[in-house]
Design a protein around this ligand. Sequence first.
Ligand SMILES: NC(=O)C1=CN([C@@H]2O[C@H](COP(=O)(O)OP(=O)(O)OC[C@H]3O[C@@H](n4cnc5c(N)ncnc54)[C@H](O)[C@@H]3O)[C@@H](O)[C@H]2O)C=CC1
Ligand SMILES: O=C(O)C1=N[C@H](C(=O)O)C[C@H](O)C1
Length: 253
Amino acid sequence: MAIKAVISGALGRMGGTVGRIISEAHDLELVGGIDVKKGSLFGTEVVPATGIDAFFKEKKPDVLIDFSVAAAAVENIKAAARNNVALVVGTTGFSPAQRKEIESAVEGKVPAVISSNFSVGVNIFWKLVREAARQLGDYDIEVTEAHHRYKKDAPSGTAKTILDILDQELGEREKVYGRVGATERKDEIGVHVIRGGDIVGDHSVLFAGNFECIEISHRAYDRAVFAQGAIRAARWIVGREPRIYTMQDVLGL
Ligand SMILES: NC(=O)C1=CN([C@@H]2O[C@H](COP(=O)(O)OP(=O)(O)OC[C@H]3O[C@@H](n4cnc5c(N)ncnc54)[C@H](O)[C@@H]3O)[C@@H](O)[C@H]2O)C=CC1
Ligand SMILES: O=C(O)C1=N[C@H](C(=O)O)C[C@H](O)C1
C-alpha cells in the first residue's frame, strides 16, 4: 500500500518540489495539497487551509508534509493532530511560544519529524560543527547564512539550529547580529545574514584562532535535497510512536 501524502504550502517553492518528487515515487501517493487559495499540484487538488479538516476526512492521508509559514504551520499541525495524521514539518521561523504550541498539539497524539533542514549534508554539517565547538571553544566563532531574496525569516532555521548546538557545547553566549561602528570583540558569537537573488541556502561556521582558521560550510544547489530528505522522513515516520523526532533520528546519526 502506498503512503498517502498531503502537502501544506503546496503552491510554494518547496511544495512544488516535494510534490514533483512524490508524484514520481512508486511507494507514495500524492492525495492533494493545502495552501491559502485553491489550485492544483501534479494532477491533485489544492484546497484553502480553511477546509483542512474536511479535506483530511475525505482523503484520509497518512502524512502531512508542511513547508508553509510559521503561523499557518501551527494551525495545520494542530489539524493533523486532530485527524490522526503523521507529520513532517520543514517550516522555519517559529517563535518559542509557537514551538510550545506545536509540542503540546503533537506529543502523545501523532508522530512528527520536525527539522529546520532536511538535507542529509546539513545534518552531517551540524555534527561537524558540534565536534569543532567541543575542540575549539576558545576560538572566535562567526556564523554566516545566505538565502534567496524571498525568504521571510532571518536568521534561517538552520542557522538557529547551529546557534543551539554552539550553546549546548559552549554554554549560552551573547549573539551579535552584524557589526557596525566601534565594536570590541569579546566571546560573543557573530551572526551574519545575506539575502539575494536565487541563493538556495548557504551556511558556514568560522572558528578563528591565532595563526589559523577553520571554516565548516554547506551549500545547497537545488531544493531537491530538502525535498528528498523530507520524503525520506515521511516514509520513516508513518506508524511510529506519537512524539517529536528530528532528522538526526531518521538518519540514525
Ligand atoms: N526544513 C527544510 O529543509 C527547509 C525549510 N524551508 C522552509 O519552508 C518554508 C517554505 O519555504 P518556501 O517554499 O521557500 O516558501 P514559499 O513562500 O515559496 O511557500 C510557502 C507557501 O505556503 C503557503 N501558505 C501560506 N499560508 C498557508 C496556510 N495557512 N496553509 C497552507 N499553506 C500556506 C503560501 O501561500 C506559499 O504558497 C519556509 O519556512 C522555509 O524556511 C525551506 C526549504 C528547506
Ligand atoms: O527558506 C529557505 O529557502 C530555506 N530555509 C531553511 C532554513 O531556514 O534554514 C532551510 C534551507 O536553508 C532553505
